[in-house]
Design a protein around this ligand. Structure first.
Ligand code: ZN
Length: 541
């Protein structure tokens, strides 16, 4: 007798009838419905497609959970719509409370515009407002928020971050990169507890018992939101000791599997780096695993903080900041690699991608090659010369089909112009990376982009070139699905346990109604109706 039988499902892509049995949280049988073994419990799939659960390979769980109660500005593209959205949302908050919004496009006030404190003041001046950009690499504060944070006349911030100043000597309201954004964010209702991991730090004040309880609820809410979208494994992309303590306390209650890396930076002292590496070496517990180091090599194009080879078109002398020195990165990468840890580094500019490849190469030369599965996150741009190095060094690509300008409702500008046309042919090169045989895992960077894997798959299938002479980077549905399942599991060193429908694999399974084959036409072609993690139901819609 098996524990659970899923009857009346369909196999993808064949569409043929399929039944699957689960015992002790693993798939113990699959085959033709007529041959199904007896089971203690049966689920009637009613003809829905059965797939392995999705692995979201790059997201921010704590920030995402926070964003679920903030104003989402993604759809806003005009000053009028901005004013309406902000005023309507303010009505839902107690008077005077901080108003926090996210997913704001750089041109959300209209083409050719850039937000500043005056534009926000014109809508709301009587309470502090903090608006995070769509990529989470910039934010805009109104005058009330800048005053609260004592930033109206500027502040010194670490290299790579900036409180942007106007010619009149006051802050414009734009805050570039985490260290600058943090100066306001720590005054918002979360106290910055959800975001300090992004800059390699702990919360500014030790959290109280109430705050810890609140933050655990935020994390669980985010994971339920994942389960609702068919995600059964998630690789978080920030992490500090505070998050490690929260997740460890939750380990036996996590509805889905979570990998939590520790964020290393060059300016952390030796004691802190040792503590983070020790935490990363902690064994897995329940649905929680560690084993990974995260680093940031640069920022993003929209704020000229991507680290590039050969300057920006409008600033030929500016290569953008490099957040870790060559020696520093080689040292950290070699050390983490020697400790048996997997490394994942944010690299958006072609210079940052090169810097990461150089560091991985240095680590390999010192420690010898091993099955490290070190990753590069994003790869918005890469030079043609560096493209083959991914494969040669055995590096994994972790990419987000929702990120290219022109995809997922993102405007082309200002990104494509700031990036420059010479970089377009190898921008977001999924097709090229897949074709060279480099493992390619997908995610959304939620809350940077919408979490829904079906929407993200739609973007992978429908990517449009920015100019007629640009290469077609679209993937097939099978390739895109593999990047969300088998390759995601590989990226978590879990391919023997997850990512495919096979006997012996963990029963992390989803049922989808609709027709996946129509996903290129519309992201609504299919819908997740059931999510199981280790055979346990974690979502039913
Ligand atoms: Zn990210």
């Amino acid at each position: 007798m098996t524990d659970l039988l899923i009857q009346n499902a369909r196999r993808f892509p064949e569409g043929t009838p399929l039944a699957l049995a689960v015992t002790d949280g693993r798939i113990c049988w699959l085959g033709a419905p007529a041959d199904a073994p007896p089971a203690a419990r049966t689920i009637d799939a009613q003809g829905a497609t059965l797939l392995p659960g999705f692995t979201e390979s790059h997201l921010h769980i704590f920030l995402g959970g926070t964003a679920l109660s903030q104003l989402n500005l993604a759809p806003v593209t005009s000053a009028a719509a901005f004013a309406t959205a902000l005023r309507d949302f303010a009505q839902t908050l107690p008077p005077g409370d901080f108003l926090c919004a996210y997913a704001a496009n750089y041109e959300l006030l209209g083409p050719g515009t850039r937000p500043d404190r005056h534009a926000i003041d014109a809508v709301i001046a009587d309470r502090p407002v903090f608006i995070t950009s769509t990529d989470y690499h910039a934010a805009w504060a109104n005058t009330a928020a800048l005053r609260l944070a004592n930033l109206l006349h500027g502040a010194t911030t670490p290299p790579g971050s900036e409180v942007v100043m106007a010619p009149d000597g006051t802050a414009t309201g734009e805050l570039r990169e985490g260290a600058a954004m943090e100066l306001v964010r720590r005054l918002t209702p979360t106290g910055g507890r959800d975001s300090t991991a992004m800059i390699g730090q702990e919360p500014p004040l030790p959290p109280t018992a109430d705050q810890r309880a609140h933050d655990k609820q935020t994390i669980l809410r985010a994971l339920d939101y994942c389960a609702r979208h068919g995600i059964t494994s998630a690789v978080n992309m920030d992490g500090n000791l505070y998050q490690a303590s929260l997740f460890t306390e939750l380990a036996d209650d996590l509805p889905i599997r979570v990998k939590l890396p520790m964020n290393l930076t060059e300016d952390q002292d030796a004691a802190r780096q040792n503590a983070l590496i020790a935490q990363a070496q902690t064994p897995a517990k329940g649905n929680l695993s560690f084993g990974m180091i995260k680093m940031f090599m640069d920022g993003v194009y929209d704020t000229w903080t991507a680290h590039v080879v050969g300057g920006y078109p409008d600033q030929p002398e500016n290569n953008g900041p490099r957040l870790i020195s060559p020696e520093g990165f080689a040292l950290l990468a070699t050390r983490a690699d020697a400790a048996g840890l997997q490394i994942a580094v944010h690299a958006v500019g072609d210079g940052a991608v090169r810097a990461v490849l150089d560091g991985y190469e240095a680590a390999q030369q010192t420690n010898g090659p091993r099955d490290s599965r070190h990753r590069i996150e994003h790869i918005d741009t890469i030079t043609p010369a560096d493209l083959p190095r991914l494969r040669a060094l055995g590096v994994m690509a972790s990419m987000q089909p929702v990120h290219p300008p022109g995809s997922a409702g993102l405007p082309l500008e200002p990104t494509t112009t700031i990036m420059g046309r010479t970089r377009w042919p190898t921008a977001f090169p999924w097709r090229m990376i897949a074709d060279q045989g480099t493992p390619l895992a997908f995610g959304t960077d939620w809350p940077v982009s919408p979490l829904d894997p079906l929407h993200c798959l739609h973007c992978a299938l429908t990517r449009q070139p920015w100019a007629p002479d640009m290469p077609d980077q679209r993937l097939t549905l099978a390739e895109a699905l593999a990047a969300y399942t088998a390759a995601g599991a590989y990226g978590m060193f879990a391919e023997t346990d997850r990512g495919t429908l096979a006997v012996g694999q963990q029963a992390d399974l989803i049922l989808l109604t609709g027709d996946l084959n129509r996903l290129a036409e519309t992201p609504n072609a299919a819908r997740v109706t059931l999510t199981l993690c280790a055979g346990q139901q974690v979502w039913r819609g």
